[in-house]
Design a protein around this ligand. Structure first.
Ligand code: PEP
Ligand code: MN
Length: 336
């Protein structure tokens, strides 16, 4: 059960609702987000929701049978849009296209990418400055100095920054320079990190864990939401299966399932999902057909010279062609 409170509910009224739930043998947890106040009720007994719904200070009450509550579509039927300012809105009438190198490599790399994005009307730039690498000897990113440099150039071009945060201590130092904190597939179940991201007022995109189920991704999102931050995006990036012909198995089933289960926008990452450059565009287009609200992919001026993930990175001409087709496909889907 989710009880939504009016913004001006008094402490006495709130306590009365909590007591009411306790009498029904329901456990309750108060959630205060940047946008509203909710009481999550967990219990089994049947009761007439009007008993609670009519109490003063209550805006609405919803029965939510899912174990995750706030990210469920069972209480919030309309889609959530994430407004990043400057008309950059994700989850609405425009497909969010996020492109850029796997790793931020330096000033020239940033400038080249920004030029490419600007020429193609792409509003979001991806790139890692803190890189989770399987081998400790691989390039692990430029760190905070790289992010600051990136921010100066991106801000001047009106481009939003999507970048991975790997640990709690980085949240604050990155804060001024990011628009969307990305939680990587290796950190999807880092619950301390998720809880701390609940305290910030910037968007968070959570990638599905390498072996994570759809429900586990939703629980991870629930951590951030119940921690206070409703600005959430879900990202399907491929899961590990027995298949060896591709880097991962991009689970496009997840797109309509997530859209049905949750009100949050769904982004798809075909680069990590399939891991093979020439197959990224068809999978990106398939993701749009499946109902994705956005696509995030890797692009580089010279993919074969990229510091990381070159084999799955598009060159600028492939990227330009793809953005055009993505927009056409999205328009088609919206017209159905
Ligand atoms: C990335 O997008 O840079 C990345 C490391 O992705 P993932 O966490 O999905 O592996
Ligand atoms: Mn990568």
């Amino acid at each position: 059960m989710i009880i939504q409170f009016e913004p001006d509910i008094t402490q006495d009224q709130l306590t009365e609702v909590e007591d009411h739930l306790a009498n029904l043998n329901y456990k309750s947890r108060l959630v205060k987000t940047q946008k509203g106040q909710y009481l999550i009720g967990i219990g089994k007994g049947a009761f007439d929701i009007r008993e609670i719904g009519y109490q003063p200070g209550i805006k609405d009450i919803h029965i939510v049978s899912d174990d995750y509550k706030l990210v469920s579509r069972k209480w919030k039927v309309g889609a959530t849009c994430i407004d990043l300012g400057d008309d950059a809105i994700i989850g609405g009438d425009e497909l969010a296209i996020m492109a850029g190198p796997c790793s931020i490599e330096g000033e020239e790399n940033i400038a080249n990418t920004i030029k490419h994005l600007s020429e193609n009307g792409i509003r979001y730039m991806r790139g890692g400055v803190f890189k989770p690498r399987s081998s400790p000897y691989s390039f692990r990113g430029m760190g905070i100095e790289g992010l600051k440099l990136w921010y100066e150039l991106a801000k001047a071009a009106g481009i939003k920054i999507v970048t991975e945060v790997m640990q709690v201590s980085q949240i604050e130092e990155m804060y001024d320079y990011v628009d969307i904190y990305q939680v990587g597939a290796r950190n999807t179940q880092n619950f301390n990190l998720l809880e701390e991201l609940g305290k910030v007022d910037k968007a968070v995109m959570i990638k599905r864990g390498i072996s994570g189920t759809i429900d586990e991704l939703l629980y991870s999102a629930e951590y951030v939401f119940s921690g206070g931050n409703e600005n959430l995006l879900l990202c399907e990036r491929g899961i590990r299966t027995y298949e060896k012909a591709s880097r991962n198995t991009l689970d496009l089933n997840a797109v309509p399932i997530l859209k049905e289960k949750s009100h949050l926008p769904v982004i798809v990452d075909p680069s990590h999902g399939i891991g093979i450059r020439d197959y990224v565009p068809p999978m990106a287009l398939a993701a749009v057909m499946a109902g994705a609200d956005g696509i995030i992919y890797e692009a580089h001026q010279k993919p074969n010279e990229a510091f990381s993930d070159g084999a799955q990175t598009l060159d600028y001409s492939q990227s330009a062609k793809l953005t055009h087709k993505l927009r056409q496909s999205f328009k088609l889907v919206k017209s159905w």
